[in-house]
Design a protein around this ligand. Structure first.
Ligand code: C2O
Ligand code: CU
Length: 511
């Protein structure tokens, strides 16, 4: 079924109102529910899950350093929207089907409030996972101004819960950013990009089996999910009417597996101003932006003097990435449309400043520990592809145990054919470099035999990151300082089908 493009307007999620706010705390309540929502005008309303009856959920806006309490509540039905594979770790039949736990992606947060995958809870907190510690999460928001997002993180069913709709934006603001006079207010718009597939009746489709089904299993996890339809903020191929002026867009790839390489069909530049963890040193004019699952990029697009023009945001990233098929330019090769049809309501005084906020380089001399971590694939008992971090499943003993305040370099040694977006909770890191190496030699002798020079990160990656593309047959090096909290966190591939099976590991920050 091919739906018409650019017939529905882009929805902009509402800003969530706190229940109370005093000089010390801001308190929110957020309930997860099931409801029907129109995702495209040619489709029947789709049953989705969302926060506060919305998909995407409402945008949470906080100030840097603000103490925020959020009570996340599950009011979902007992039956899941999608087929569950009970052979997947954490999703065995001894737990209720519908479980949730919320992670604010990129948050600097105590571990008990980080949304540990085994800290799940059910409706009314009737059942909780073994690591559940509290009903009301506390966020200290020690990050710089940045675009974060919140989403479900339940062990074994994250891919299904996020696919059902459990995701929203979480923005941190600060005066330093305000003083830069970037486009703001109506001219600052978050864009959550996702792919989905629909059944004829308008319901969301998620596969029960991989392309080559596993005969022993009624339902099996798939190695990836690639949808045939693109949605932005929960609408299929939407359009947005804009004024002939500058806009700031907060791009987020919230897809399960799909990568995007974003361009504008007008050929014009986008000015990237921020990465995952906040503003860059200075804006970078670029023609294309690569976004793996969970990566964000804030860009300024200038529509000045483009009155009457329609501009399409396109995507030409193969799926799966990088070895998969090129997207069909008539369908998933398009994302959304900008229509420069609104009159200029006031003179555009916003700027693209020459300098933003300095990103001090983490010094390699301060490193106290180097870790060599392999991204590998193997096979499970059913012959399915099983992606792991350093050959270890989720419940192997904890092996990454950085000290509070320590700076470390992690070598992400990718021996697979996929690019894996590797995400660490709690901290932001910097990308040092990427370097090709000989996979056969590494597999046989466990030595890294480099076959090319170290390549610096792309200019638009030279800021704070919490998710990095670890490309196939490359060593990707990242550097970070662990803190300011101790406790139990995780790192994982953000391809949700990989993360669920079991490309995810706990790590602990110790004193
Ligand atoms: Cu976006 Cu561990 O998550
Ligand atoms: Cu992966």
């Amino acid at each position: 079924m091919i739906l018409s493009k650019f017939v529905d307007e882009l929805p902009i999620p509402p800003i969530l109102k706190p229940r109370w706010k005093d000089p010390f705390y801001t308190y929110y309540e957020v309930t997860m529910t099931e409801f029907r929502q129109s995702l495209h005008r040619q489709l029947n309303d789709s049953t989705v899950w969302g926060y506060e009856d919305g998909y995407p959920g409402p945008t949470i806006e906080v100030e840097r350093g603000e103490k925020v309490l959020i009570k996340w509540m599950n009011n979902l039905p007992d039956k899941h929207l999608f087929p569950i594979d009970y052979t997947v770790h954490g999703a065995h039949q001894d737990v209720p089907d519908v479980r949730t736990v919320v992670h604010v992606h990129g948050a600097c947060v105590e571990w008990e409030s980080d949304g540990y995958p085994e800290a799940w809870f059910t409706k009314g907190f009737k059942h909780v996972g073994p690591y559940f510690r509290k009903q009301i999460y506390r966020y200290d928001n020690c990050n710089h101004a940045c675009t974060l997002w919140y989403h479900d993180h339940t062990l074994g069913i994250t891919r299904l819960n996020i696919y059902a709709g459990l995701a929203g934006f979480y923005l941190i603001r600060e005066n330093r950013e305000r003083s830069l006079n970037l486009p703001s207010g109506n001219y600052e718009i978050p864009l959550m990009i996702q792919d989905r597939t629909f059944n004829k009746d308008g319901s969301l489709y998620y596969p029960k089996q991989p392309e080559k089904p596993i005969p022993e299993l009624e339902t099996s996890i798939t190695p990836e999910f690639i949808g045939d339809t693109i949605l932005v903020n929960g609408k299929v191929w939407p359009y947005l009417k804009v004024e002939p002026r500058k806009y700031r867009f907060r791009l987020l790839n919230a897809s399960n597996t799909r990568f995007y390489r974003i361009k504008l069909d007008s050929g014009q530049l986008m000015y990237q101003i921020a990465t995952d963890g906040g503003l860059l040193d200075y804006p970078i004019g670029i023609k294309e932006i690569m976004l793996a699952p969970a990566e964000r990029a804030d860009v300024i697009i200038d529509f000045t003097n483009l009155e009457g023009k329609n501009i399409i945001m396109t995507n030409d990233a193969p799926a799966p990435f990088p070895g998969g098929d090129k997207p069909d330019p008539n369908t998933v090769g398009q994302v959304m449309q900008f229509r420069v049809t609104l009159p200029l309501s006031s003179v555009d005084t916003s700027t693209i400043p020459a300098n933003l906020i300095p990103v001090p380089k983490i010094k390699e001399q301060s490193v106290s520990r180097i870790r060599y971590l392999t991204l590998n694939d193997t096979m499970d008992q059913y012959g399915r592809e099983w992606m792991l971090l350093d050959h270890k499943p989720w419940d192997a003993p904890i092996s990454e145990n950085p000290k509070l305040g320590a700076t470390e370099i992690w070598y992400l040694i990718n021996v697979t054919d996929d690019s894996h977006p590797i995400h660490l909770h709690l901290i932001d890191f910097q990308i040092l470099d990427r370097r090709n190496f000989d996979v056969d030699t590494f597999n046989k002798e466990k030595v890294i035999d480099y076959t090319g020079p170290a390549m610096p990160p792309e200019p638009q990656e030279r800021g704070w990151k919490d998710t990095v593309r670890a490309n196939p047959k490359q060593v990707t090096r990242i550097i970070m300082q662990f803190g300011p909290f101790t406790g139990l966190y995780i790192w994982h591939c953000h391809i949700l089908e990989h993360e669920d099976y079991e490309m995810m590991r706990p790590y602990i920050v110790i004193r």
